[in-house]
Write a protein that binds this ligand. Sequence first.
Ligand SMILES: Cc1ncc(COP(=O)(O)O)c(C=O)c1O
Length: 382
Amino acid sequence: MNEVISEKVRDEFGELKSHYFNAAYFGPSPLRSKRQVEDTLAKEVNPSFIPYDEWYQKPEISRKHFANLLGVTADEVFHSCSVSDVNNTLIQGLNLNANDVVTVINKDYPSNVLPFLLAEEKNRNKLQLLDLPLEDLPTSKWLDDHIDPNTKVFCISWVTFDTGKRIDLTDLGKYLKEKNIFFIVDCTQGLGGLKLKHQELELIDAISCASYKWLLGPYGHAFGYISKNAKREVTHNNGNWITSANSTNVQSLLEYTTKTLPGARKFDRGQTANLLATSCLEKSLELLLEVGLDNIESYNQELVRYFIENLSSKNLKLITPTQNPSNILCFKVTGGEASDLEKKLTSNNIDVSIREGSLRLSFHLYNSKAQVEFLLNIINSF
Ligand SMILES: Cc1ncc(COP(=O)(O)O)c(C=O)c1O
């Protein structure tokens, strides 16, 4: 096991009181985030003499952290409230006609379906709902066989929330690039526990990602990434003083302009600085950057492998394909009831999720090998 990780993070998650295998639900924030929020809260109850620049510039800290986690520039990152909001921003800004098709995955998280369904209802585009292959991972061949020939936009989760399938972004991305199809990836169930590779990123036009799971931030924030090329294809449809070019100077607010701040900032949410949330977020991201996503991914993957190799229960069937593993493992409970297993785990202070009747386990940097052994003991005796 990677001792650097366990030592570095042990103190940061000292307030986590359960054996927590549930980052796919909520990621715990580290102690440094709590301290930063406490400092911000002190200003909330006493906002005397806070300079404009101090709060106004706050979003730039986490914007830069997101950019560093991806290996892109801060100009390509925007702050949003949710994955749904990012997708709404993108679909409302793309220039499509009523016969252009947006292809999404049937049974993907609703944030990756509803914005496009609504656009279809408003006659802005057509929608294709595509079923993923049942057992295997989707491939470019599968996509070529099934995708509507009029598809202009394709949206998919990098890691599926209910089965932990990790999509091969390079294979699909190369196909989509060749066909000039705008490629949107929801990284919510991957980024933070996994690292997005440069070769993968190059093939993606836009990313959405909720910050409160594997990125260990607060609920109520998501970020978007839009590549420099893709940005030319997406207009912004939200007039907001805080993203206007004249918001940088408190003395020029009344010089109205629809010109915007540089780069993807024009897509930022209103009240971007969202002070309590960004205080928590910037410290969570700082920790991830300090430890490094490469290290975190290999540590998490060691835990995942260890769990699979030592699972002996005959009452669980792994439904997550193992050829391209994520940090989520999902099991159909074949002997007994999933709810009984959940009760047994809860009574042993182990926090997991049951999704669509399946057990979902999430492995992240604060989990130790000893915790995985404890989890195995309980599950193997079910
Ligand atoms: C894959 C995926 N995307 C997005 C979300 C959250 O969506 P939103 O940010 O729109 O609330 C979740 C939440 O579980 C998810 O699993």
